[in-house]
Ligand binder design. Structure first.
Ligand code: VGL
Ligand code: ZN
Length: 213
């Protein structure tokens, strides 16, 4: 490992958790393929931050909390439309743990999100009402971080919302595309690509980053 990213650049590893990997409760196809890539990238960064989807039992984003609702159907919440998910990443359960092969020791911060029983939180920066902060923007500001490189799961939900919100709080954002995997629900991956591009998120891949370009 020779590349060293600038000190104002952090690596944000989004939701690389057992439930989002094959065999998990909300498995993203090939989700575990991101693990070796993020493990290879992380040592290039002085600041590594992990997010962890971390819901109380009976969370409002779970279809099981809405009688008669099917998983992956839509609900209208008071904060806007919400996909109803299978129960996943319940606090303290094995599915909520980081993937066992994810190297977590170097992480400076772990942001847990989706802890409010009534409100989902895809983004690492704001809950799904788009106004309740997680505290990450403040922490990054205090740490002098201006640029966040992102990878993880899922490209079209938590990575997408984190990338777009990162731009909203004034950060430069780079997405390591090959170190992400998508759920791709009703065209959500294509929509995510368009939205991130429009927001000024820069795309790269693992090889280019490790080559220093
Ligand atoms: C996620 C759906 C529900 C994600 C989290 O990490 O992308 N997706 N909770
Ligand atoms: Zn969730």
């Amino acid at each position: 490992m020779t590349v060293r990213m600038p000190d104002d650049t952090a690596f944000l590893i989004v939701d690389v958790q057992t439930d989002f990997c094959p065999g998990g409760a909300l498995a993203v196809a090939d989700g575990d393929a991101v693990v070796p890539l993020v493990n290879r990238l992380a040592p290039a960064f002085g600041t590594v931050i992990l997010t962890q989807d971390w819901h109380p039992p009976g969370h409002a984003s779970f279809a099981s909390s809405h009688p008669g609702a099917a998983p992956l159907s839509m609900a209208q919440m008071d904060y806007g439309p919400q996909v109803l998910w299978p129960d996943h990443c319940v606090q303290g359960t094995p599915g909520a743990a980081f993937h066992p092969d994810l190297e977590t020791d170097r992480a400076r911060l772990v942001i847990r999100k989706g802890t409010n029983p009534a409100l989902d939180s895809y983004s690492a920066f704001f809950e799904n009402d788009h106004v309740t902060p997680t505290g990450l923007a403040g922490a990054l500001s205090e740490l002098g971080i201006r640029h966040v490189v992102m990878a993880g799961l899922a490209t079209d939900f938590c990575v997408r919302w984190s990338a777009v919100d990162g731009r909203k709080v004034g950060l430069a954002v780079t997405l390591v595309e090959d170190a992400c995997r998508a759920i791709d629900l009703d065209g959500s991956l294509e929509a995510a690509r368009r939205e991130m591009h429009a927001a000024g998120v820069v795309r790269t891949d693992t090889a280019a980053l490790l080559a220093g370009s």
